[in-house]
Design a protein around this ligand. Structure first.
Ligand code: FPP
Length: 268
């Protein structure tokens, strides 16, 4: 698989854009359409996943080089475990063959690799590989790649709630976030879905409360770096208000002043 060096100029430009809110700090990608891509070429679905894996790595390199701090890719949902055994075995073989070297490349870029999901769903040898692939980069902070495998957002939220129940603590929005697989990471600013479908399919539901959504008609193996740039360009032009008014967003210091005056008034 092709290796790209980090382009330092681009990364610092990316960091500047991220600070200005023009670049998402965290992108989620729903990689849909591998099966249809393969079918169009009279290839087995597994070939679509193989090409999808290459594209996934290309996009991860491209996003990190552009200065995006976190990328979460949806590789296999809990529901996908109902797929035919042959297709699942093909995906497990992809992990067996390519996952560790691919994630080694991510670690070389000083990004932390995390696998999000229920590893108990995987055969023991695959589970070991997934655990292994995370070790090399576990000390890195501030940049990361999450690979959602055996992942379902509702299951993730229930798991977090059960941890809190066991510990006898009441949940707040912050404490629930801290019990999710994505603890400590910024929420996704942008969710991209390829393959024409217009839904989230149980992906990062809690974390994406204020994410911008971007849908592409392209099947995942055809979604190029240029297509990602297009999505980033569209994101940069979106107006995000987080429930506030345009005026509040444009003049946050006035809002702060107003809050301070009110607090002062209440103290007096
Ligand atoms: C959805 O497309 C895609 C998947 C279920 C698998 C995604 C996997 C990769 C991109 C490869 C990376 C894999 C690993 C294991 C890290 P689909 O098969 O549902 O396509 P369709 O909607 O056209 O049938």
């Amino acid at each position: 698989m092709k290796k790209n060096r980090i382009n330092k100029d681009e990364t610092s430009r990316g960091a500047k854009n991220a600070r200005a809110g023009l670049l998402p700090r965290h992108i989620g990608i729903i990689m849909d359409g591998n099966g249809r891509w393969a079918k169009k070429r009279l290839l087995p679905r597994s070939a679509g996943h193989r090409f999808g894996m290459d594209r996934m790595m290309g996009l991860l390199r491209h996003a990190l080089d552009a200065g995006v701090s976190y990328v979460t890719v949806y590789a296999l949902s809990t529901e996908n475990f109902k797929r035919p055994k042959e297709e699942l075995e093909g995906l497990f073989n992809l992990i067996r063959k390519y996952f560790v070297p691919c994630m080694h490349e991510i670690a070389e870029r000083k990004a932390r690799v995390r696998v999000l999901g229920d590893l108990s769903l995987f055969p023991a040898d695959v589970r070991e590989l997934l655990i292994e692939a995370q070790k090399e980069s576990e000390a890195y902070e501030g940049r990361g790649v999450n690979v959602a495998l055996g992942y379902g957002s509702r299951a993730e939220i229930v798991r977090a709630a059960n941890i809190a129940v066991k510990e006898g603590r009441e949940l707040t929005e912050e404490s629930l976030s801290s019990l999710l697989y994505t603890a400590g990471q910024p929420d996704p600013d942008l969710i991209i879905r390829t393959g024409k479908e217009l839904r989230l399919s149980n992906f990062l539901l809690w974390q994406s409360a204020y994410a911008e959504l971007y849908f592409s008609e392209k099947l995942f193996p055809d979604f190029s770096d240029r297509d990602l740039d297009e999505a980033l360009k569209e994101y940069a032009g979106r107006k995000r208000r987080f429930g506030k008014t345009d005026e509040q967003m444009e003049n946050p210091s006035a809002e702060k002043e107003e809050k301070n005056t009110k607090e002062k008034g209440a103290d007096e």
